[in-house]
Design a protein around this ligand. Sequence first.
Ligand SMILES: *[C@@H]1O[C@H](CO)[C@@H](O)[C@H](O)[C@H]1NC(C)=O
Ligand SMILES: *[C@@H]1O[C@H](CO)[C@@H](O)[C@H](O)[C@H]1NC(C)=O
Ligand SMILES: *[C@@H]1O[C@H](CO)[C@@H](O)[C@H](O)[C@H]1NC(C)=O
Ligand SMILES: *[C@@H]1O[C@H](CO)[C@@H](O)[C@H](O)[C@H]1NC(C)=O
Ligand SMILES: *[C@@H]1O[C@H](CO)[C@@H](O)[C@H](O)[C@H]1NC(C)=O
Length: 272
Amino acid sequence: MNAVWRTSVLGLLISITILVSESSCMNGNQTSQNGSFPESEVNTTLFVQMGAKALLCCPALPMTKTILILWVITPRGQPPCRIIYRAETKHINETNCTDRRITWASTSDQRPDLQIDAVALDHDGLYSCDIATPTGNFLRSHDLHVLVPPAVTLFPGENRAAVCEAIAGKPAAQIFWTPDGDHITKKESHSNGTVTVRSTYHWEQNNVSVVFCFVSHPTGNQTLSIELNQVTGVTITLRSLLTILYVKLSLLVIILLILGFAFFQKNNYFRK
Ligand SMILES: *[C@@H]1O[C@H](CO)[C@@H](O)[C@H](O)[C@H]1NC(C)=O
Ligand SMILES: *[C@@H]1O[C@H](CO)[C@@H](O)[C@H](O)[C@H]1NC(C)=O
Ligand SMILES: *[C@@H]1O[C@H](CO)[C@@H](O)[C@H](O)[C@H]1NC(C)=O
Ligand SMILES: *[C@@H]1O[C@H](CO)[C@@H](O)[C@H](O)[C@H]1NC(C)=O
Ligand SMILES: *[C@@H]1O[C@H](CO)[C@@H](O)[C@H](O)[C@H]1NC(C)=O
């Protein structure tokens, strides 16, 4: 069957929408230096595709003003890790920090920012940097969301159906069909935070020759298509085979009837 059905990737749009939004923390346009408030806070949501680099920035302040830097890293579902840097002694104290993949963004220029070279699923979580200065505390927190592109397939199902799958994507992909039709979509969540979405499309009309499955995901959209006329063709061939058989059988019956009639006539003739 698979040889008859053909699946083709029409468009594979790998334009990553919201990946590492900053390449450097230095041009910090999101700094919140408001001296009149003792504590100011900036929250950002960061979407990073698995395997890409993530830069986690602290409030951009001159290091001369810094007394203490506190990083609290809280991966989702795990205990927090704390990193304390005291400017006076240049001493770093870490508690519960075991992930060696999280490093200082730069070792040369004393920047307090962190980086992850290749983001993994378990890096999903909250990262907050608190800088204490003589004029107050400056806080910047990042809600890091790791994106995983789903593996997309489209294959024939039973009883005039097509099945479109977006396997282990994060977040869950969305599946749309063209032409719009009868479909059932189910989601299956995995323990690692990814989701498999499976949509089964049924078509009733004979005139539908191709269906398109459009998979929408923040890491890029994909359109797959499947041709149905081949399968309809098989049905037609089966039907015509049956028709031919029916016609042949009917002819055979007619011939047999004629022969039988002739035989009967002959017998009658000789009996006379
Ligand atoms: C360190 O981790 C343990 C659990 O492993 C947790 O109970 C504790 O609160 C953590 N310490 C800090 C300072 O976050
Ligand atoms: C590091 O911090 C812990 C508690 O957060 C403390 O018990 C320990 O003495 C500190 N170590 C140093 C060297 O400052
Ligand atoms: C997440 O779990 C699913 C199901 O076990 C697996 O297929 C997938 O490869 C995993 N993804 C990653 C990125 O580890
Ligand atoms: C298929 O037939 C239905 C009616 O049976 C019609 O509404 C629909 O527009 C047709 N679709 C195409 C692609 O011709
Ligand atoms: C993907 O499709 C959605 C609509 O579902 C659209 O809003 C988005 O811009 C598309 N993304 C890309 C990268 O083309």
